[in-house]
Design a binder for this molecule. Structure first.
Ligand code: FAD
Ligand code: NAD
Length: 320
């Protein structure tokens, strides 16, 4: 007798397969998702551990294995968008035959709600001061019990949305500080230029405080602050107050999407804007230019400054 199962839903769980050539390992994931694209594929690879997460609406498919043999750092991802096929191509370090793809790790080949995955998300943030001290005569005393952060909440942001929904009493982990900036770079400067875009302003806060408080040879400190609209300018009032208080400090706001009534400067970072605003106060001034913002902003800025003749030692980009 033949039984007919009616109403059984199609299984939407992705599946995977793998194959090899002498030099390559190809993992194929059939997501069964029509509009697959590269942003929905998150790959992570450290030593022999491979973690590939694929986002399918509110769900996540995870491939997590300790690979059979070592592979090269760079890997490629090909996506057949219409059929939802994702190919991960790994380069073998040694041309040996793999018996298995690897040992499955705990969550390997699982498909579950993203929120149940409990994935650890790590993002860097730059501590700021609670406010800009307007009296720069004394080094401001720092209270070591608090860390002040200035964080923009993105409406689709993975981490900032979670952060915005934390309740008092919830915990997050904070790492030790990391970074390559050295105070000595400012200590010998006569002209300091700070090029900041959006929240790229955060590293400039303590830098500004340090420069105006403790660096006696500084003649000019100039902040060139790029934002989309007037409402996006962080600490505008404090910065304007500071410029009134301290003769050495100057500020220039530049908007990329100003409203009609904006009478100030507008535009994006460009060679002409930089040559207009970044000028040595004397022909032989020692200058330091710090730059921070969205990656394309920082990369373009560094290139324009190089083209304008500033040396690598004179430019410090804040990057990840
Ligand atoms: P994500 O989920 O990463 O997305 C952020 C927004 O960008 C969303 O609107 C998303 O749709 C969009 N997006 C994501 N990826 C791309 C892409 N490739 N191209 C275009 N758009 C994209 N931020 C602060 O607010 N304050 C700080 O002090 C600060 N310090 C930082 C220091 C360092 C060294 C670095 C590298 C970054 C710093 N950031 C800071 C940025 C911060 O680390 C996060 O990137 C930011 O908070 C966004 O995280 P998210 O997970 O909420 O957003
Ligand atoms: P945003 O998108 O509001 O842009 C601010 C300004 O940056 C724009 O007005 C424009 O002038 C410029 N800009 C934006 N995209 C550009 C592009 N593609 N090319 C040239 N210029 C461009 O900025 P946001 O949302 O506040 O983002 C700030 C960025 O700064 C984030 O990417 C963040 O990761 C980065 N950041 C880095 C550090 C660090 O230490 N490396 C610290 C803080 C913030």
């Amino acid at each position: 007798e033949k039984k007919v199962l009616s109403g059984a839903s199609k299984d939407l769980t992705p599946s995977y397969d793998w194959f090899q050539t002498d030099s390559l390992i190809t993992i194929v994931i059939y997501t069964k998702q029509k509009d697959m694209n590269a942003e929905l594929v998150i790959l992570d690879h450290e030593d022999k551990r491979l973690r590939g997460e694929i986002i399918v609406d509110d769900y996540s498919y995870l491939l997590e294995v300790d690979l059979d043999h070592a592979v090269e750092e760079d890997m490629a991802v090909n996506i057949a968008e219409k059929v939802g096929k994702v190919e991960i191509i790994l380069k073998k370090k040694d041309n040996v035959h793999w018996k298995i793809l690897g040992q499955p790790l705990e969550s390997h080949n699982t498909f579950m709600k993203r929120t149940d995955r409990g994935t650890e998300v790590v993002k860097p943030y730059t501590p700021v001061l609670p406010f800009l001290p307007l009296d720069f005569k004394e080094p401001s005393c720092h209270d070591s019990a608090h860390i002040y952060l200035m964080i923009k909440i993105y409406s689709c942001g993975l981490f900032t949305q979670a952060l915005d929904h934390l309740q008092i009493g919830d915990c997050i982990s904070v790492s030790n500080p990391e970074g390559s900036f050295k105070k000595s770079q400012v200590q010998t400067s006569e002209d300091l230029f700070l090029l900041a875009a959006g929240t790229g302003f955060t590293p400039m806060v303590k830098l500004l405080n340090f420069a105006l408080t403790e660096v006696s040879c500084l003649r000019t400190v100039k902040l060139i602050f790029f934002n989309r609209t007037e409402d996006d300018i962080l600490w505008r009032n404090q910065l304007e107050q500071l410029a009134l208080k301290d003769q050495r400090f100057e500020i220039q706001f530049i908007l990329s999407q100003p409203k009609k009534d904006w009478v100030g400067k507008q535009g994006m970072i460009s060679s002409s804007l930089l040559s207009e605003f970044v000028k040595r106060s004397r022909k032989d001034s020692k200058v330091l230019i710090c730059i921070c913002g969205p990656t394309p902003f920082t990369e373009q800025g560094v290139q324009y400054l190089k083209d304008l003749g500033y040396s690598q030692e004179e430019v410090h980009p804040f990057t990840a």
